[in-house]
Design a protein around this ligand. Sequence first.
Ligand SMILES: NC(=O)c1ccc[n+]([C@@H]2O[C@H](COP(=O)([O-])OP(=O)(O)OC[C@H]3O[C@@H](n4cnc5c(N)ncnc54)[C@H](OP(=O)(O)O)[C@@H]3O)[C@@H](O)[C@H]2O)c1
Length: 258
Amino acid sequence: MAKTSFRSALVTGASSGIGEQIARTLAARGCALTLVARRTERLAALAQELGAAVAVDWLAADLSSDDGIGIVERRLGEHPVELLVNNAGVGSGGRFHELPAEGEAAQVMLNVLAVVRLTRAAAPAMVAAGRGGILNVSSIAGNQPLYGYATYGATKAFVTSFTESIAFELRGTGVHVSVLKPGYTDTEMNAGTVPDRSSVQGRLLWLGAEQVAVAAVDAVERGRVHCVPGMTWKLADAVTQSLPRAAVRVLSSRVRAS
Ligand SMILES: NC(=O)c1ccc[n+]([C@@H]2O[C@H](COP(=O)([O-])OP(=O)(O)OC[C@H]3O[C@@H](n4cnc5c(N)ncnc54)[C@H](OP(=O)(O)O)[C@@H]3O)[C@@H](O)[C@H]2O)c1
């Protein structure tokens, strides 16, 4: 079994998808875990399964609420971890002016404010210890404007920029800071829209959550700031970042969310 350099980690959004797979990857590498999400029965079952290999506990928290973020901040203060994984996130589809305002605000709270507050809660102990890691889950969606996902794209643009800045600031402290920018990944977030993964479209565009998780854990272990899993998405990342913004806007406006 490959060992990770992190002895303990707190993973948000560990009850499914990429977060669950990050938890599995870390456990397989010998890292003790604190799992965070809202669906307690899923967390309890995963904790029991992974607990056969490493120490695992879990914490129920709604990270789109001030109270929920506070619960996790307090845990990080009382029990510092060597790796923080800010993975929990949601995206609501539709034209912005027609979507319920509360849902959009809750999305910003979860995708942005929780990341900022939990990073602020965890980082000082890592810097003081001279070792640690912060892995923030953003998206290729943050590279460009998104028709039908305006708030989601903007929250992920924030996560990417925020993480890159923290990575500069913590360079040389022993704390590795990485941003994960997946493309389409086969998780509950895309339930009902994933094509046959063995089709041409499936092979070219769609990633497995396990593949994404392994790439992300490798990146933060090695201190790589950016992680974009899969050749198709590496290319998409390079193209959207190198074209003039006006051209990116034209291209993006032609891609309609379903
Ligand atoms: N799938 C993709 O194509 C894709 C692409 C790029 C980036 N991402 C990003 O990857 C991350 C994980 O998403 P996923 O694809 O793995 O989707 P997923 O399977 O739906 O997982 C989302 C996770 O976030 C948790 N979560 C949602 N709302 C929460 C809340 N209010 N408080 C606490 N936890 C909450 C969910 O747990 P509970 O419901 O139990 O709370 C779940 O564990 C997200 O940040 C997403 O933006 C996904």
